[in-house]
Structure formats: structure tokens, C-alpha cells
Write a new protein. Structure first.
Length: 421
């Protein structure tokens, strides 16, 4: 190192904080397409997009998160000493917005969002610190019809990607509580079960069920709850085993009937193993799964108590979809990313500007490259474009990188169209 020179702090690459990552152009383009598809599905049901700030007051979020996210958030101070957090959740800011800015709306309020949630990963888990989500919230209406609408939108939105094997598992917090009350489990005896549900730990659930102060048949019913899954017959079996659950079973059955009318029932199953936070959710809870991804690509449920924490009680149900996980499911299906339908033109920065403009007018992306022999091909390969073009002895040569062919043409647009056909 030359005397007086600054040391090279980053000999390889500048590191990122734990849980952070960059998004490169091809992935960014694919994620933007996913967002556009989801926005279209939301809009078709009348949901309008809102945007909330990345920074929120810590006391506001902590008050709303009680019994929910456990307070996990990145915290910082503003110039006045106020404690702020980076938005760790998207439902809570939307609930704050609806309770405040849309306080006088007669309801129901239908809003959507596409934004980043930022929070520390749970200890010992390899999770991103940032997760871009798209979601909807239906506020001001209770009952099976509202639950069915949100689940139906979720099904339609995910079906829009043409992925086979979509499954939405639906549980219900109130139904689970009714079962436990119906077999004689006092609220104070449910504490360990509640902890297991919040941790999504089925092993801990079964252990806690085996130690409940109730007769052994009742313990078996409690322990077997998370394994109950299927169609409406699951509800009938549960109602017969625990008659006190009849109202809750009827409500979930009505939701399934409405989902049938929506055309979404074939993707939905009752799954009482969908255990979620009892202190946050107040009814139906659900998770969506796609082949190739181990984690749920979407999670949602009813949270009627949240709006009251912002001053105006209102029933609400919503769902958030992880864009990264949907992208992973698409990648698992498609394998290698297909080449994008565009052409890199040698000399498209200067000598072939008119040629590039004509290609763009035809609706085909045209990318300018230096007028050297291999520059267009190298750039097309690097950025995933299907075609490269160069002029040789007055004739345009069109290279199809996917097929490995080169053809001469007088008109580049016609040459691309003929190659596609």
C-alpha cells in the first residue's frame, strides 16, 4: 500500500447487515410482475391501495402488538428523544390509519398495500430482516361472509400465477377455545396450550394437552385437535364430540359454503393445526401453501380487537402475502428463468438509434450496446435477453441466444417476429 493511502476496507465486497439482501435486475423485474398481478386481483374486488410510513412511534406499535408479535422491532430515537421503530408489521399501521384517517368512513373499508415489513429474525432462525408483502384488510364487517371474501381473494390472487397445488388451511381461534371450554378446560389451565399455539409448536401442544386437569378422553380430544383436517365433515365430527361447539362449527361451515359460491372451496381445507396467537386473533385463521416452498406464502385471519386499541372498535379480517415466497414457488416450478423477449442492438447507443426506436415502437424492448463485434451478445447473455443484433456489411444479423441461430434480415422487427413464430 502506498504511504498515506487509505486502507482497502472492503477487499471483496461491502457486507450487509444480518437478514438484509440486494435484489438484482432480473429478480426485481419478476417481483414487480408479481406485485402487478396481486394488485389487479385486489382491485377487482374493490380494494384500494394505501401506504403507511416505515417509521412509527414505538409506544403505538407496542400497544397494538400486545399478545401479537412479541415486540420484535428495530428501535431508534428521533431528534426529540422519542423512541421510533421500523415498521415490523403491516396490518397494525393499516389499522391505525383506518381508525384515524378513515374514522368517519361508514364501512366496510376495503384497503390493500404493497410494502416492506422490517423486523429482527427470531433467534436461531434464518429469516430475512426485510419482507416485502402484499395484502388486504377488510374492516367494519364481521361474520362468515367477510372471512370468505378475504380467503376467496387470496385464492384468486395466487391462482393468477398458474401454480398447481395451492392449499389454504383454515383454523379458528374461537372454535379451538370452544372445544377446550366444552371439554371442561378452565381458562387458567389453557395457558400452556396458548403458549404452544403462539410458538406454533405442535409437540408442546400435545404435551400440554396430556397434562390438562380433565379426564383422559377429554385430554385425547385436546391433543388431537391440531391433527383434524379435511372438509365440512371435520366440523360435524367435532360438533358430535363436543356439542358445545355447535355455534362455532356452524359459522365455519357457512364460510365454507360461501367459499364454494366464490369458486374457491376446492383450494381450502379445514385445518385445526393452523394455530395462531390467541391474544391477537379472534376467529378464523388461515395459511396458504404452494409447492416448492416449505413456509406459508400467505397468512391471515380475523382480529376484531385490534382497532379498539386505536380508539374505535371495528371488526376486521385480512391477509398478507410474501412476495419473496411466491417468487420462490414460481422459480421452483419454472427452473431456469426463460430469456426475456427483447433485443440488444450493437450500436444502439448511437449508430443504430433509428433501428432501436423502430423496434420499441413495435412493442419490443430494445437495449443499446457499444458497436463492437461481441458487445451485444455479451450484454444479452448477462441480462437475460433473448436476442442480440449487429450490422455486418450493411445487413442486420439477428442472433437468437436460446436457439443458437443467426439469421440475416432487412427489417429487425420482422426478423424477430418470424423467429418467434
Amino acid at each position: 500500500m502506498t504511504e498515506g493511502a487509505e486502507p482497502d476496507r472492503w477487499p471483496d465486497a461491502a457486507p450487509l447487515p444480518a437478514g438484509a439482501r440486494d435484489v438484482l435486475p432480473v429478480e426485481g423485474e419478476e417481483l414487480a410482475a408479481i406485485e402487478a398481478s396481486l394488485r389487479s386481483a385486489f382491485t377487482s374486488f374493490g380494494y384500494r391501495e394505501v401506504r403507511t410510513p416505515v417509521l412509527e412511534f414505538a409506544d403505538v406499535m407496542d400497544r397494538a402488538q400486545e399478545g401479537g408479535l412479541g415486540g420484535r422491532a428495530f428501535r431508534l430515537f428521533d431528534d426529540h428523544g422519542e423512541v421510533l421503530v421500523l415498521r415490523p408489521d403491516l396490518t397494525i399501521p393499516v389499522a391505525r390509519l383506518v381508525a384515524g384517517r378513515l374514522r368517519d368512513h361508514p364501512g366496510p373499508v376495503r384497503v390493500s398495500y404493497v410494502a416492506q415489513a422490517i423486523r429482527p429474525a427470531p433467534a436461531g432462525k434464518a429469516r430475512p430482516a426485510e419482507e416485502r408483502q402484499a395484502g388486504i384488510e377488510l374492516v367494519g364487517i364481521a361474520g362468515p361472509a367477510a372471512d370468505a371474501e378475504v380467503i376467496a381473494i387470496l385464492v384468486e390472487a395466487l391462482r393468477g400465477f398458474g401454480l398447481a397445488g395451492l392449499r389454504v388451511g383454515v383454523g379458528d381461534v374461537e372454535l379451538t377455545r370452544a372445544v377446550l371450554a366444552g371439554i371442561g378446560v378452565a381458562p387458567e389451565a389453557q395457558a400452556r396450550l396458548r403458549s404452544a399455539a403462539e410458538a406454533r409448536n405442535l409437540v408442546a401442544w400435545r404435551r400440554a394437552a396430556a397434562e390438562l386437569p380433565v379426564p383422559e378422553p377429554a385430554q385425547r380430544i385436546a391433543a388431537g385437535l391440531p391433527a383434524m383436517r379435511g372438509g365440512a365433515e371435520v366440523l360435524e365430527r367435532l360438533r358430535e364430540a363436543v356439542p358445545a361447539t355447535a355455534p362455532e362449527c356452524a359459522r365455519v361451515a357457512e364460510m365454507l359454503r360461501l367459499l364454494e359460491a366464490h369458486g374457491a372451496a376446492d383450494a381450502v381445507l379445514v385445518d385445526l393445526g393452523v394455530l395462531r396467537d390467541w391474544g391477537y386473533y379472534s376467529g378464523v385463521v388461515f395459511e396458504a401453501y404452494l409447492p416448492g416452498v416449505a413456509r406459508p406464502v400467505a397468512m391471515g385471519g380475523r382480529y376484531d380487537g385490534l382497532a379498539a386499541r386505536f380508539g374505535r372498535p371495528r371488526p376486521a379480517v385480512g391477509v398478507g402475502i410474501s412476495l419473496d415466497l411466491v417468487h420462490a414457488a414460481l422459480a421452483a416450478r419454472d427452473g431456469d428463468t426463460p430469456a426475456r423477449e427483447g433485443v440488444v442492438i450493437a450500436g444502439g447507443l448511437d449508430e443504430e438509434l433509428a433501428t432501436a426506436a423502430a423496434v420499441r415502437r413495435a412493442g419490443i424492448p430494445a437495449i443499446g450496446a457499444p458497436a463492437t463485434e461481441s458487445a451485444a451478445t455479451a450484454l444479452a447473455r448477462a441480462d437475460g435477453w433473448r436476442f442480440a443484433a449487429r450490422r455486418a456489411d450493411g445487413v442486420l444479423e439477428l442472433e437468437d441466444l436460446g436457439a443458437g441461430t443467426v439469421v440475416g434480415c432487412d427489417d429487425l422487427v420482422e426478423g424477430i417476429r418470424s423467429t418467434r413464430s
